[in-house]
Design a binder for this molecule. Structure first.
Ligand code: GDD
Ligand code: GTP
Length: 400
């Protein structure tokens, strides 16, 4: 028996996604036309014999409940649930807190665990095959990232032959490896013994050190995985498939494009058909109204009830529900929030996601909800907060 856990985090995080996350919690942001959390959930649902998918986070139950209901309808053969931490417990604290629920009948032999804020093909079958070839407690998905970005991740050094993990450092000060933790794991159920050891160790440290707070928080990376490096219990499965972190608005646009490309191969029926003024891949919600002369794509995601007027142009963009893109308006390299409106001949654009981001530099434009851009107005590389009227051009600014 196999089960899946998705770590969805909670409302205090995702500040880099603001202002989008003011209205929509990060796990539910539409990426490739589906809520961010749908992608790992859908991938888990394809694993043969998987019985349960458990989302763990500290969002209110009411935030996640509609998604749980919808996905339960979509995947009726899998038990889908959301378990709420009473507060942020870290990446392993929730697993520990809910261990009895995760291990309840049917008792799983294997548990997949994944982070929410990544865009990946989630190669679970490959992970399972690699995992079954050794006797370790866990297998971690390793991805290769550019050298100058590696220290933003958990860095892994493994034996080139056996793929046994030799060293693991979470976000090291200086470079140690280009192979990083992809935020996807397969663990044997005995991982809960390892988590208990980590928890006991923490309790013991707290008893001797008044600076360590004795609570239920625990990090999977630092407290559980790092100590397993070099013990022969952790292995790495390196993938060459697409993989990105989704932390910023710019990376959400990139991730959306990667998922749309994947749908071209795996789920073409979800996408808008090419031809006319559609340049694949494009996702258009069934309730949106698009004028036949509007040119859409590649990489455009158009949400429910969006209205796009004649001659409008949308590419490399996400347009959220109920927005209006009036005649001849342009949206490029941008995210347009719910209930927003671009007047005729308005233009909202930005730069595509840079390979290595410069601090403080805005690439894609992000309009939060209820933003109105006046006709013939140009907004370039701006972050715009909700309920704003933009009567004149603006460049490289945060519009509060
Ligand atoms: N339930 C719950 N509770 N989930 C949490 C909590 C928590 O207290 N804190 C974080 N998460 C979830 C996040 O939603 C996300 O899915 C995952 O755990 C990791 O989030 P962070 O703790 O913000 O770490 P990170 O994203 O900076 O780095 C992690 O992911 C990288 C890959 O994207 C680490 O695992 C890195 O090693 C890894 O390279
Ligand atoms: P994210 O996009 O979610 O990473 O938001 P952020 O980078 O703007 O978060 P912030 O600046 O608030 O925090 C920086 C880092 O601290 C995050 O990337 C997390 O690794 C960590 N962090 C912040 N809040 C929490 C929390 O509630 N629980 C845990 N476990 N880690 C947190």
């Amino acid at each position: 028996v196999t089960k899946g856990v998705i770590l969805v985090g909670g409302p205090s995080k995702g500040t880099r996604m603001r202002p989008l996350t003011l209205d929509c919690p990060k796990p539910l942001l539409p990426i490739g036309g589906k809520p961010m959390v749908w992608h790992p959930l859908n991938a888990l649902a394809q694993v043969p014999g998987l019985t349960d998918i458990i989302m763990i986070g500290f969002y209110e139950d009411s935030v996640m409940a509609p998604f749980v209901r919808e996905s339960q309808r979509e995947f009726p053969n899998i038990r889908i649930s959301y378990m709420r931490e009473y507060r942020s417990l870290g990446t392993a604290g929730g697993l520990y807190h809910f261990r009895d629920l995760i291990l309840r009948t049917p008792l799983p032999q294997h548990i997949f665990i994944c982070n929410i804020d990544i865009c990946s093909s989630f190669p679970f079958t490959e992970l399972l095959a690699k995992h079954s070839a050794h006797r370790g407690v866990g297998t971690i998905l390793g991805v290769n990232v550019p050298k100058d970005t590696a220290t933003r991740y958990g860095c892994i050094v493994s034996d080139p032959e056996t793929k046994q993990m030799l060293h693991y450092v979470e976000k090291p000060e200086s470079w140690i490896s280009n192979t990083v933790n992809g935020g996807v794991y397969l663990f044997d159920k005995s991982v809960f013994d390892e988590i208990r050891v980590a928890m006991d160790k923490k309790t013991e440290c707290a008893a001797h050190n008044p600076l360590i707070e004795l609570d239920e928080t625990l990090q999977l990376e630092q407290d559980v995985i790092a100590p397993l490096a070099g013990t022969g219990k952790m292995y790495v499965c390196e993938t060459r498939d697409f993989w990105r972190q989704i932390k910023t608005a710019a990376s959400a646009v990139t991730a959306s494009g990667l998922y749309l490309k994947q749908f071209q191969r795996s789920r073409p029926e979800l996408l808008a058909r090419a031809g006319g003024a559609i340049i694949e891949p494009v996702y258009i919600d069934g309730s949106a109204h698009i004028d036949g002369s509007a040119k859409i794509g590649p990489n455009a995601t158009i949400g429910p009830n969006v209205v796009v007027g004649e001659g409008a142009r949308i590419a490399n963009a996400i347009v959220l529900d109920n927005s209006v893109i009036d005649k001849h308006a342009v949206v490029l390299n941008s995210i347009v929030g719910s209930n927003s409106r671009l007047g005729q001949w308005a233009r909202v654009d930005g730069e595509p996601e840079p390979v290595s981001d410069v601090k403080g530099q805005i690439s894609v434009s992000v309009l939060a909800s209820d933003v109105h851009v006046a006709p013939e107005t140009h907004i370039r590389s701006c972050i715009v907060l909700p309920n704003k009227n933009l009567p004149k051009n603006a460049y490289n600014q945060v519009l509060l």
